[in-house]
Design a binder for this molecule. Sequence first.
Ligand code: PAF
Length: 285
Amino acid sequence: MKVIAEMDEMVRFSEKLRCEGQTIAFVPTMGFLHEGHLALMADGQKKADHLVVSIFVNPAQFGPNEDFSTYPRAMDQDLEKCRNIGATAVFTPAAEDMYPAGHETYVVLEKLPFHLCGLSRPVFFKGVATVVTKLFNIVRPHVALFGEKDFQQLAVIRQLVQDLCFDIEITGVPIVREPDGLAMSSRNKYLTPKQRPHALLLHRSLAAAQKMVTDGETDASRIVALARDVLTSCPDIRVDYVSICDPGTLDEVAVIEDAALMAIAVWLGKTRLIDNQMLVQTNRM
Ligand code: PAF
């Protein structure tokens, strides 16, 4: 497995594979790899001849009071996991190469970021869209894979690929959960043993919402109210949002017709957790 830090070398490496008629699947990550990342990689391997992973904690997607400096990092273990799964290359650029002095171009979407996580993380999607655009230009993949846990991020990437005419297939991969239901996330590492059981309330509130829909409820506000009650049954949880929305536009819906996305973000102590699920009327399941 090649570990490539230089942008030029990564471009040359990908171009060589492309010239040989080989295809590249790309999994961009910020490292501290868990089973969710490994599922993206395994799917990527099925879709192309070569798997390229990037590990880069992108400063541009963190707000001034967010956890950029404390974001968990484990480069040696991450490289070992990539090697074990059979990645062809791992791209590990330096921040000063990705954002050299004088860098001033950013990728900004006009609508999708003004929903869900974008409301409380105003720089997040600008940073994600910018770094993913750069990574696509450097890694030059045929297919790129993103987790459905970050549903809004996946929607943003799909939109930018369409708007900026990238010839890249974007694949969403279902959420990978711990056996007890907690969605896998690098930030789960921040949870204390006391907080860890409370984190299950996200998954439980989604399950309670689906049960309401299965029982015939279609009024989104009643379902949101129930989910909020489940979440705030723990006094340590502060709800950022509970939203039932159209999975394409992310606009909130008042009535669930067939299916809608339910997305949740909470603070549990200092840790921000997100989760989501499609709510589906049972006669459609
Ligand atoms: O989902 C992530 O880990 C990051 O947002 C991404 C897509 C690697 C961009 O930095």
